[in-house]
Write a protein of this length. Structure first.
Lengths: 387, 386
């Protein structure tokens, strides 16, 4: 099948779709217009499409090609949202601007080029008239750059029964961004400390919530970090701390709040992490009352083996197309795979173009990457669904 | 000799005035309404009154009346502001609520009861037409609970040249609320910690300014407090901290700021205190850049002698009225006396009701002490201006 399909891959179609998508503002929160566009494109390709309204005006969009025989189900996924515009763009972030091999635009590499490459692969499969086994589908989800609501909503549909998902995020499998064999989880601790007000000149009569909170912050290194054979240990980072007067007066602060980001390795869950912080706080014997909560977003860790069917389909394809072995790693960068694999237990492959300043000004994608990406997608789909 | 004067003291007037003042919110920065109320009351008693803007919308209120001949000048003073409402009040803080001997309300103790007793005393002087020399005045100053700008402004007026001031704070000469023969000074450290931003998933590539600030806070006990023969040691309390993202994003915080109040005893200067903190920070060998500054308000420590005229007169009056010897101390409680005495050189007597949860929820004043306070004010004024 693959040889036929690869002859139908239209690289100029990829670039055209990518440019059309850059023009559509889909900053996180405003994915509606791009979802409409994608639904239209998928329908034009002859896929059975549907949308799922995750929040008012913010739908996920799905498209499927059902094969004639029963078989595995494979989904190619991309998030439709981009980060907001940061300061300093030299060009209009919503205008695709070519600069040699680079195509600039907000979301170009993260991740409209990946989505365009999927569309190209689907078009090639439809144009080749090839009959698949099982089911090949596309999912465009909202909110990856914020709270992962799109991916969570997708797990509530029948797409949750997927056998594997290929995320078209910009992971080219080289030193710049190896392929994740697993990703850390993460929680955001939200800790409230309640002391007792008193006159600030008689501190012994009060309980200083800021000073007690500082004691916790200084002792965060006493959290228990599991040493994972592949990930080693997770980590923590205090992100915010506030407490004390709003209008100046010499009062012992009765309350303080701080937030700590914690990366979790497989074996550590959100529950074990909360219990860990509670244990640490208790051991400090503070006079304040301390409430340990978490704030969204929270993500579970996951890990896969190289023997996983999707990885076994991927590895030889990469070697053939790229002419070298792919690099793998145990990664720290949260993606929707934390939801699909971490919560949904669906094996995930991240594969896409090279990164060019994602989340930064003047983001771009290298156009020369894209032809191999679409071809790899087609070959992976073939191997996985026929294997 | 003083019977006519004392007969004109009216305890129900004092309580009624106190209740009216509790109903007028005067949280620090919003003293105007109370200042106008006081001006009206004093004007109604026939005093020469004025409002004097310290800052736009925040006036001090002054009132005076002169005696028969030239003589000493005595000022009865109080601050018109209260602290803000803290959490947990069982009743409306702006409604005077009586529970037995206690009257609850924000500022009841700190210090509207003192103001009410001062008004009671002045009214008694006016109604009895008591003969005195010199000048008896009243001042209600703003901002004591914050930067002391009201007291500082008063020093710049003619009232800044009085011979003694009676401050109606809740010091009633008993254990736990002794009369101050001296007060510590104070500074507010303003400490900025500068780290280095990085992605929050790779914290080792950045320098977390919040976590390093936390180390300083946890080690504040290492500040070196000098031991003074009468004051003992100063103290510290962290008042505020802020650092981290404005809009959520997982970034190692590159900066953090916090403020620590420190009380200074005589012999500890502002320079000493700043060097002390700088040394403490240096020894922690942090990765961050730390800048140690101070923020206003800054107050000087001061000490008075037992032989100071206003103190001598007070001591006699207290023994007569209360029937026992008053207790004195060298205090840690910053008041406007740090400005009047510490900066201005004017001897100050702190004398007022029993303490009752100032700066805390459900603040109250014990009503049975108010007649004693008014009586003492009257006798002290009569003798000082005799």
């Amino acid at each position: 099948m693959v040889k036929d399909v690869n002859t139908k891959i239209d690289d100029s179609y990829t670039v055209r779709k990518l440019e059309e998508m850059i023009v559509i503002n889909s900053v996180v929160g405003q994915e509606g217009e791009l979802a409409e566009y994608l639904r239209g494109e998928l329908e034009a390709l002859g896929l059975r499409t549907e949308t799922q309204e995750v929040e008012p005006g913010r739908p996920n969009v799905y498209g499927r090609i059902k094969g004639e025989k029963h078989g595995k189900r494979l989904n190619f996924n991309g998030h439709m949202d981009t980060v907001p515009v940061v300061e300093g763009w030299d060009t209009d972030p919503f205008k695709p601007v070519r600069e040699g091999d680079k195509l600039h635009g907000l979301g170009s590499c993260d991740m409209k080029a990946g989505i365009a490459s999927i569309l190209t692969m689907l078009k090639a499969i439809q144009d080749s008239g090839h009959n698949l086994r099982g089911e090949l589908s596309f999912s465009g989800v909202i909110d990856e750059e914020a709270y992962g609501k799109g991916a969570k909503a997708m797990l509530k549909t029948d797409l949750a029964k997927m056998d594997a998902i290929v995320l078209a995020e910009p992971y080219p499998g080289d030193e710049s961004k190896p392929i994740p064999l697993g990703i850390t989880g993460k929680i955001l601790y939200d800790i409230n400390v309640k002391g007792r007000a008193a006159h600030g000149f008689r501190p012994h009569l009060g309980i200083n919530a800021v000073e007690d909170a500082a004691k916790i912050v200084t002792n965060l290194d006493k959290l228990s970090f599991l040493d994972h054979p592949d990930f080693r240990k997770g980590n923590y980072c205090t992100l915010k701390f506030e407490g004390g007067y709003k209008v100046y007066s010499v009062v012992i602060p009765a309350s303080a709040r701080f937030e700590v980001n914690r990366l979790l390795v497989p074996g550590e869950t959100v529950q074990t992490a909360i219990a860990d912080m509670e244990r640490l706080v208790k051991s400090l014997n503070l006079k304040s009352e301390v409430e340990v909560k978490t704030k969204p977003p929270r993500y579970e860790a996951y890990v896969m083996s190289g023997d996983d069917p999707i990885m076994k389909a991927f590895d030889p394809v990469y070697r053939e197309v790229m002419g070298k072995a792919p690099l793998y790693e145990y990664a720290y960068g949260i993606t929707d795979a934390n939801i699909f694999a971490g919560e949904g237990h669906i094996p995930c492959l991240h594969l896409g173009p090279k990164r060019g300043g994602a989340h930064e000004k003047n983001e771009y994608v290298s156009l020369s990457c894209l032809p191999s990406v679409s071809r790899m997608y087609a070959m992976i789909a073939d191997r996985f669904l026929s294997g | 000799m003083y019977e006519d004067l004392l007969k004109k003291l009216d305890d129900s007037y004092a309580i009624k005035t106190l209740e009216e003042m509790i109903r007028i919110p005067s949280v620090v920065k919003e003293e105007k309404d109370l200042a106008e109320y006081l001006r009206e009351k004093l004007d109604g008693l026939g005093l020469e009154t004025e409002l004097h803007e310290v800052e736009p919308g925040r006036p001090n209120v002054y009132a005076r009346f002169k005696g028969a001949k030239e003589g000493k000048r005595l000022n009865l003073c109080g601050h018109t502001d209260t602290v803000p409402v803290v959490d947990g009040w069982g009743t409306d803080p702006f409604k005077p609520v009586r529970k037995g001997n206690r009257l609850h309300g924000l500022g009841s103790n700190d210090m509207k009861a003192g103001l009410a007793c001062a008004l009671n005393t002045i009214r008694a002087f006016v109604e009895s037409e008591y003969r005195f020399d010199g000048e008896l005045s009243f001042s209600g100053v703003v901002d004591e609970e914050a930067y002391g700008e009201g007291a500082k402004a008063m020093l710049r007026t003619d009232y800044g040249k009085v011979d003694a001031i009676v401050l109606g704070e809740a010091n009633n000469g008993e254990e736990g609320s002794e009369i101050h023969l001296g007060i510590t000074g104070k500074i507010l450290y303003d400490i900025q910690v500068k780290g280095k931003a990085a992605h929050g998933f790779n914290p080792e590539e950045g320098i977390n300014a919040i976590e390093e600030a936390g180390v300083i806070l946890a080690n504040l006990g290492k500040l070196r407090f000098k031991e003074h023969p009468r004051f003992g040691k100063g103290n510290y309390s962290t008042l505020k901290i802020e650092g981290g993202y404005k809009v959520y994003s997982v970034v190692v915080p590159a900066s953090c700021r916090f403020e620590v109040n420190r009380l200074l005893v005589p012999g500890e200067t502002v320079e000493y205190a700043v060097e002390d903190m700088t040394r403490l920070v240096k020894n922690l060998k942090l990765k961050s850049d730390v800048e140690v500054n101070t923020k206003p308000p800054l107050y000087a420590a001061y000490e008075m002698k037992r032989t100071e005229p206003i103190i001598k007169i007070f001591d006699e009056v207290y023994r007569e009225v209360v029937g026992k010897a008053p207790l004195y101390n060298y205090s840690k409680s910053i008041t406007d006396a740090n400005t009047f005495t510490g900066e201005g050189g004017i001897p100050c007597l702190h004398l007022g009701p029993k303490p009752g949860g100032a700066h805390q929820k459900n603040e109250y004043v014990e009503l049975d002490w108010l007649p004693l306070v008014s009586k003492m004010y009257a006798l002290i004024a009569a003798r000082f201006l005799g």
